[in-house]
Design a protein around this ligand. Sequence first.
Ligand code: MG
Length: 219
Amino acid sequence: MKKAYFFDMDGVLFDSMPNHAQAWDDIMKKHGLDFTAQDCYRQEGRTGQDVIHHAIWQKEHREASEEEIWAIYREKSNRFLELGGAGPMRGVKDVLDYLMAQGKQLYVVTGSGQQTLFDELNKTFPNAFARERMVTALDVTKGKPDPEPYLRAWKKSGLEKSECCVIENAPIGIRAGKAAGLFTIGVNTGPLPDDDLYDAGADIVVKDMAALLAYLKAL
Ligand code: MG
């Protein structure tokens, strides 16, 4: 078994992708920008800022200002909450409990940039994650698929790369984990085919959290 586990958040810790996809679809349409629910699944893992920057560039061939990007991102975040936000992914608490009982280090590595992220995590998963064991959009200059977010988590851990494991649900996140040189497990909680996760470089792909727990227990 590895000593540290780096968890992606959306689609891994939280069953949040359906409402994220809907919120992106609604708000980007409202601004006349091209980024659909389907794009959201395919490109999941990119930071919201990056998505908005890109969409404005494609439409208007200009650099968007930070202010403009954050304004749209805030709208999208509000829409996500209006739609009901998200609860924990089914079965993930059992995975976290098992790893905690084994004395493993748990990290969150996410492209999300919500200010209240730590409080939300702590409310849903008490004692699982420490503030200093989080890497968010606010901590990196380049988001996934760049290896930077996972390299930051690895550096914080003080461990060898071979002692760390990434848990991801999306191709871009898997590419980031592999580019960082880390063992990466794909948990396919969304609508994409398993092959999309293998093609991104996943070392193994499991279908849900129960399968992930069975895999970890068998190690
Ligand atoms: Mg994800």
